[in-house]
Design a binder for this molecule. Structure first.
Ligand code: GRF
Length: 225
């Protein structure tokens, strides 16, 4: 077999959720279209009532609930998650509305192999209530960021952002909906890039097609891809 005929075997991804799982659904739908690129080997929720678990089961994906309230400390909870992810030989961990702060040990273990989606144009508005904060600040645009996860909360190097305009009559709910729509396009795209080995984390910088990114990519520039 020559180099040009070498095929990458499909990457095994795990999606971590805490709630609705609409981003998980977008990735499930994308996977059905690009089936040889990656498999969703496992969905983990820290909450037993997360609707995303139903979505996964409906798609025939293995699910696991690791209820954080069953663990005495953050470390013990993360250790259990790490064990399960390692056992499943996961290549990429995708945080999709996973509402737990992760320990340094966990983030180091999966450094360069874990992505998060955050509903703001980072570095603006880390943490919660991002739509409300953007509205209150009188911003004219808002959006989302997909980044590699590092020990710093919502602080890892950003790969891709998508922007939405904030209109005069914008409400928190309408803004959230607009951002969500973009999330469902952007997240599967970045998962594919990772699985195609287009993006890497090297020396705490995003490398895209072998070039260090000087600034995050913007979704509008990528839609024809
Ligand atoms: C998304 O807005 C994402 O940016 C944030 O949590 C939300 C998850 O939504 N991290 P869903 O559970 O995927 O519908």
């Amino acid at each position: 077999m020559t180099d040009s005929t070498v095929q990458h075997s499909p990457k095994k991804i795990a999606v971590l959720i805490s709630g609705n799982g609409s981003n998980l659904q977008a990735i499930i739908d994308d996977q059905a279209k690009t089936s040889d690129l990656y498999v969703i080997a496992l969905v983990i929720s820290n909450r037993p009532d997360a609707y995303g678990l139903e979505r996964a089961k409906k798609a025939g994906i293995a699910t696991l609930c690791i209820d954080h309230t069953d663990y005495a400390s953050r470390e013990e909870f993360d250790t259990q998650m790490q064990l399960q992810l390692d056992q499943a030989k996961i290549d990429l961990v995708v945080l999709a509305g996973f509402m737990r702060i992760l320990t340094q040990g966990f983030t180091q273990h999966f450094l360069g192999k874990m992505l998060n989606i955050h509903p703001s144009l980072l570095p603006k508005y880390t943490g919660l209530h991002t739509h409300k904060r953007a509205l209150e600040a009188g911003d004219t645009e808002h959006g989302l960021s997909i980044h590699f996860v590092t020990p710093e909360l919502d602080g890892g190097p950003v790969i891709l952002q998508a922007k939405v305009a904030i209109e005069n009559d914008e409400t928190e709910q309408s803004l959230q909906q607009k951002v969500h729509q973009q999330e469902h396009i952007a997240y599967p795209l970045v998962v594919r890039w990772f699985c195609e080995e287009r993006i890497q984390l090297i020396d705490n910088r995003v490398v895209y097609f072998g070039q260090q990114l000087q600034q995050p990519l913007l979704l509008a520039e990528q839609t024809s891809d």
